[in-house]
Design a binder for this molecule. Structure first.
Ligand code: NDP
Length: 288
């Protein structure tokens, strides 16, 4: 029997509606309209689309969005100066620096400069540390979106063998941490794989839940998946055939129990969780 499709687009719409309702309540009770400042450096077409989608989603949820568009020749000092101004602007609650940045700019230095209370991507070491210690201020948007997709479809996590394929700071590493935490939504037995993992198919076949974030088009084949497993595809790869994930969807859906598609899976959830973090940031700054 083919797998159940985990519809990230539909869930994202639901979460966005929930956030919109919470924003309304927050504003009605005297809170400032939450505001996200997006910083886009250069003219990478993919980044432009991402930022536009994020801005539209903000507006639909009643969140203000401001775009700072800088040229590809921007220096690190100029960008740091803008980040500093946004950090100090009381009308801005969340700051999003769209990656990648042009090569003359050290990404880590810029991300570290975003004040932790406005760090809606959860990239700042202080926020990553809080997440690791299971007392999060924000959760990183993509892993948080995957987590919601699993939880709201009642995918068993506690005690499950979860394999995370990929160990980036943005997706794989925080994903593994969220699922291994003690308590509700966690308690999984997590294995993290990467390009140096030996006998990869053997490891992935042990997964009850397989989460793939490697950036290799259709890399995960049916032979790498345990029958009945839940497969989450984080990958976004632009190919001649269009947008595809890291999983060979057509073949794997015949083996898996549940599978998330690309597009319409994790991508929309990432944006929904960014809205949630922007509201959280506005709340935090109201309290401080
Ligand atoms: P990175 O390139 O930062 O990390 C890729 C990871 O995959 C690395 O840990 C790497 O291993 C591992 N890897 C690469 N090739 C292999 C291989 N052949 N076998 C095993 N492991 C391998 O990628 P990101 O985590 O940033 O992104 C991953 C994918 O997710 C991309 O397609 C990206 O576009 C997508 N993405 C989607 C988002 C969404 O909203 N849906 C958000 C963010 C990313 P090693 O560490 O050894 O190099």
């Amino acid at each position: 029997m083919p797998a159940t499709i985990l519809d990230g687009k539909a869930l994202a719409e639901k979460i966005r509606a929930e956030v919109a309702e919470e924003v309304e309540t927050f504003v009605q009770s005297g809170g400032m309209i939450p505001c996200l400042a997006a910083v886009l450096v250069g003219d990478d077409p993919g980044s432009q689309v991402y930022v536009r989608n994020k801005q539209r989603a903000c507006e639909k949820a009643g969140i203000r969005s401001i775009l700072h568009k800088l040229s590809a020749e921007t220096t690190a000092a100029e960008l740091l100066d803008l980040v500093d101004r946004l950090n100090r602007d009381p009308a801005v609650h969340g700051i999003l620096v769209q990656l990648p940045l042009p090569k003359q700019i050290d990404e880590k230095r810029v991300l570290d400069a975003v004040t932790p209370l406005k760090d809606v991507d959860c990239f700042h070491p202080e926020n990553v540390g809080l997440m690791v210690q299971n007392r999060p201020r924000f959760l990183p948007c993509t892993p948080h979106g995957v987590h919601e997709l699993l939880l709201r479809h009642q995918v068993p996590i506690a005690g499950a063998n979860v394999v995370v394929l990929g160990r980036s700071d943005i997706v794989g590493k925080p994903m593994a941490i969220l699922l291994m935490q003690r308590g509700p939504g966690g308690d999984a037995t997590v294995t993290v794989c990467h390009s140096r993992t030996k006998n990869l198919p053997e490891v992935t076949r042990r997964a009850d839940v397989l989460i793939v974030a490697i950036g290799r088009a259709q890399f995960v084949t049916a032979a790498m998946v345990q029958p009945g497993a839940t497969v989450i595809d984080v990958g976004i790869n632009r190919t001649e055939a269009g947008l595809v994930g890291d999983v060979d969807f057509a073949a794997v859906k015949e083996v898996a129990g549940r599978i998330s598609p690309v597009p319409g899976g994790v991508g929309p959830l990432t944006i929904a969780m960014l809205l949630r973090n922007t509201l959280t940031a506005a709340r935090l700054q109201t309290e401080y």
